[in-house]
Design a protein. Structure first.
Length: 113
């Protein structure tokens, strides 16, 4: 593990939108950009900018399906990083509680087409 990857990980966690996006992905496995837009109440360009930063540092991967891109944690993310995300989500429910009602149910992409 290079020091740069470790620093990039912690830097990503220091920004609220990126932290919340990573926590939501760690809890839900895979989410569409539209799901994150709905949950975080942010515009598509803003969400996409943050996801691009996470992608650049190989923290997430995206797959285009039609109009939308679906994201998940990078499959090669070290176990210790995945563990930190899971531990943070479990031990800090207040970080995700504002988003829980929005994140229940199916994807919202159909509403944004």
């Amino acid at each position: 593990m290079q020091i740069c990857q470790t620093l990039s990980f912690y830097k990503a966690l220091s920004e609220p939108t990126r932290l919340t996006s990573l926590l939501l992905l760690s809890q839900h496995g895979e989410l569409c950009v539209c799901d994150l837009m709905e949950a975080l109440a942010l515009s598509q360009p803003k969400i996409s900018r943050h996801l691009a930063e996470l992608r650049k540092h190989q923290l997430v991967v995206g797959e285009r399906r039609g109009k939308w891109v679906y994201y998940q944690l990078h499959p090669a993310l070290p176990d210790w990083m995945v563990g930190i995300l899971h531990t943070t989500a479990i031990n800090n429910p207040s970080l995700l509680s504002p988003f829980t009602p929005v994140m229940q149910g199916k994807t919202v992409c159909e509403d944004h087409q």
